[in-house]
Design a protein around this ligand. Structure first.
Ligand code: H2U
Ligand code: ZN
Length: 344
């Protein structure tokens, strides 16, 4: 029934529903067609504000870095010195000042690389840098959430092809992390155990939504995926954040990231656009042993490199909807090679 007919599925992390309409991709498309993204070809771009030795928009010059490189965002969305303020009128007009800090992390000095095409030791350096940032920013007394995310490709609003991610550390727990935290706490309080440990055990038995795995991590299309080729990356051992991972687990995370992003690029043989990021245990408040570290990949492409999914219409007014089943998406991703198409 689920592979053939419209139905809805429940996301236990957000407690929201998604409408699934199998076969709807067969409808004709006369809408917007995107320009397929071209891979960046030069290893150094004199006009890039992230390449080593170049000037940034702020006038600060980047060092001649050789591995990862972190800098304070020159146009931060959050500041540590935001003045304290609060408005509350009849529970209808509510606002509060928000403090935080924003950083940019370059994955590599090589302008042409992507996670998929970086060598494993380089990706391990990226995982190490993410861990350090989580620890360093999370230790600030006012910070409760450290959100690491990568926007990849112009289609996702990424401003620069140089391999990089952003880190926004904030005083409040943002909406998505907040929903997942509350759901995991409720699940654990109600029956014991961990929501994502239990979920991964179910998925390992079923197998049909798994994309790839190694000793310590699994990548799968979640049962409740919204985006066509959305995936969830889960550590197999319960850990709340990157700093709880052992050395071998961090290496395994780097490995699974390379294999998954290579499959993504191979899907349409173009650099695959996405927003990805990690949800990690928030700070402050009560202990949060129920929180399970995970990564989300949200790619917008639907049926080719040139047709994207729009979150409009029913999705804005009703609920998200998807056209291919998560099982069909997982089967397609699983069938792809782990050798990058540019390296064949
Ligand atoms: P994207 O990940 O969406 O491409 O954003 C890049 C970030 O880099 C963006 O937040 C910052 C922008 O503010 N940036 C600098 O900090 N310095 C610069 O010289 C240009 C861009
Ligand atoms: Zn560059």
């Amino acid at each position: 029934m689920l592979s053939e007919h419209p139905h809805r599925r429940y996301n236990p992390l957000t407690r929201e529903w998604v409408l699934v309409s199998p076969h709807r991709t067969e409808r004709p498309w006369q809408g917007q067609v995107e320009r397929p993204p071209a891979p960046a070809l030069v290893s150094y771009d004199p006009g890039c504000y992230m390449c080593p030795g170049n000037l940034r928009a702020s006038g600060v010059r980047n060092p001649n870095y050789t591995s990862t490189f972190v800098f304070e965002n020159d146009f931060p969305a959050l500041r540590m010195d935001a003045p304290e303020a609060r408005i509350e009128e009849a529970g209808l007009l509510m606002a509060a000042s928000e403090r935080g800090t924003c950083r940019v992390l370059c994955f590599s000095p090589d302008h042409a690389l992507t996670l998929a095409r970086m060598a494993l030791p380089g990706i391990e350096e990226v995982v190490r840098a993410w861990t350090e940032q989580y620890v360093e920013l999370g230790a600030l007394s006012e910070i409760r959430s450290v959100q690491i995310f990568e926007n990849r490709g112009a289609m996702m609003g990424c401003s620069n092809p140089h391999p990089h991610c952003q880190i926004w550390a904030s005083q409040s727990i943002p909406n998505e992390l907040g929903k997942e935290e509350v759901s995991q706490r409720a699940y654990s309080g109600g029956r014991g155990g961990c929501l994502l440990c239990d979920y991964l055990a179910l998925e390992s038995r079923a197998g049909e939504r798994l994309v790839c795995e190694n000793d310590h991590f699994a990548a799968l299309v979640p049962f409740w995926a919204v985006w066509p080729f959305e995936t969830l990356i889960l550590p197999k051992r319960h850990a709340g954040a990157l700093d709880e991972l052992r050395e071998a687990e961090r290496a395994a995370l780097a490995e699974i990231l390379k294999r998954l992003t290579t499959r993504y690029d191979n899907l349409f043989e173009t650099p695959f656009p996405y927003s990805m990021g990690f949800h990690q245990r928030p700070g402050g408040g009560p202990p949060r042993p129920h929180f399970h570290l995970h990564g989300h990949f949200y790619p917008p492409l639907l049926r080719s490199a040139t047709v994207r999914k729009f979150m409009v219409g029913f999705e804005m007014l009703g609920s998200p909807q998807r056209d291919i089943t998560p099982e069909a998406a997982a089967a397609r991703l699983r069938a792809l090679s782990e050798t990058h198409y540019l390296e064949r």
